[in-house]
Each structure stands twice: as C-alpha cells, then as structure tokens.
Design a protein around this ligand. Structure first.
Ligand code: HEM
Length: 177
C-alpha cells in the first residue's frame, strides 16, 4: 500500500506537470474593454486566445478602416459546452458578415473553448496571410490595430456590449502604442 506522504508528493508532481503541459504558451497579451487577447506568432501562423467575463461571444478584430469597416473579425462562443468560431469581415462601419458570404473562406481554426465561472475563453489559430481578400494581412512588425469586443448572448447576431476596445500593437514584440 502507498504511504499517504508518497501519494501527496506524487499528486503534487502530477498537478504541476499537468499544468505546465497544458498551459497555453502565448508571448504577448493586451486587455481592453474587459477582453483579454493573448497571442504568439509562429512562422506563418498566429496562435491566439481571447477571454472575457461573459456567457456570450468574445471577439477580436484586426485593422479596421473605419469603426468595423474593413476589419478582419474572429468571433467565438461556447454553447452547451461546445465552442463555435467564425471568420467575419467588416462590410461597413456598422455591420459585418461571414467571409464566406463575400466569396471568401473560413480561415480560422478552433483550438478549444471553455465557459467557466462566467468567463468565456476561446483559443484559435489564424494564418498571418490567409489569401482571402476579406482578411487583412497581419504584419509582424509595424502597427496592427486590435479591436476587442464581447456580447452577452451566444449568437453571432448579438451586438457587443458597449463600445469595443481598440489598441495598437506590434504583433512581433507585443509593444503597445
Ligand atoms: C453581431 C455583431 C455586431 C454587431 C451587431 C455590431 C454592431 C455595431 C453597430 C451598430 C455599431 C455602430 C455604433 C455607433 O456608431 O454608435 C458598431 C460599432 C463598432 N463595432 Fe460593432 N458590431 C458587432 C460586432 C463587432 C465586433 C466583433 C467588433 C470587434 C471585435 C466590433 C467593433 C466595433 C467598433 C470598433 C465600433 C465603433 C465604436 C465607436 O463608435 O467608436 N463590432 N457595431
């Protein structure tokens, strides 16, 4: 029979091992409008995570021209334990639609999602340059405008709560302007 002290040490070791194995590794993080966006560039791909205190969707948008217009949006939510994600573009200052509705493609890959203690977290990967005309090319160096928004419902038609946050970052270094 295993001694309690040995069991305790073993269980602590396994917990530490598990958390280091499963902890996502992102290099940079910004928070605006109560949404936290973490990311890491890996060659042609961005690994990203967005999270906010909501049971509805969380979203990030890149490089708008005016308000929502021209931005490349990724929205995700978790409903009944199942994560959903979608790739949209800003078709006007006040409207967006799926890239697939504009001769484009769904270029985001869902990695996982959770809704725990009222916090929705979505992880995904995105190509730096998807070749879809609806998606702005993400430049590693230089300025990237990042929009951060969340809504209170699990519907990609639900509008965001309040005005989204906007930050200008350097994706390679994580520097915030
Ligand atoms: C179904 C989803 C969405 C709906 C219905 C929606 C609707 C709108 C509307 C009607 C406005 C105009 C508000 C005004 O000018 O007073 C607006 C503004 C805006 N939206 Fe959205 N939006 C959605 C998703 C998003 C997402 C996902 C983002 C970013 C991640 C975003 C970013 C913005 C920004 C930056 C503005 C400009 C706010 C300002 O006036 O400064 N929107 N949205």
């Amino acid at each position: 029979m295993m001694r309690p002290i040995f069991v305790a040490i073993l269980s602590c070791t396994l917990t530490v091992l598990a958390s280091s194995l499963f902890a996502a590794t992102y290099d940079h993080e910004v928070t605006a409008n109560k949404v936290t966006f973490s990311w890491k560039l890996d060659g042609d791909v961005m690994h990203a995570k967005m999270s906010a205190k909501t049971k509805g969707w969380v979203a990030v948008g890149f490089n708008p021209i005016e308000k929502m217009k021209g931005a490349n949006f990724i929205l995700g939510f978790v409903k009944n334990g199942k994560a959903e994600i979608t790739d949209h573009y800003g078709k006007s200052a006040v409207a967006h639609a799926a890239d697939t509705k504009n001769d484009g493609s769904e270029d985001v890959t869902l990695v996982g999602g959770s809704e725990e203690k009222g916090i929705t977290t979505i992880e995904f990967t995105l190509p730096i340059n998807s070749s879809d005309a609806n998606d702005s090319v993400l430049t590693a160096d230089g300025d990237t405008v990042v929009l951060l928004a969340y809504a209170m419902r699990d519907s990609f038609k639900a509008r965001h709560k309040g005005d989204p946050g906007m930050v200008t970052v350097n994706l390679a270094t994580g520097a915030v302007k």
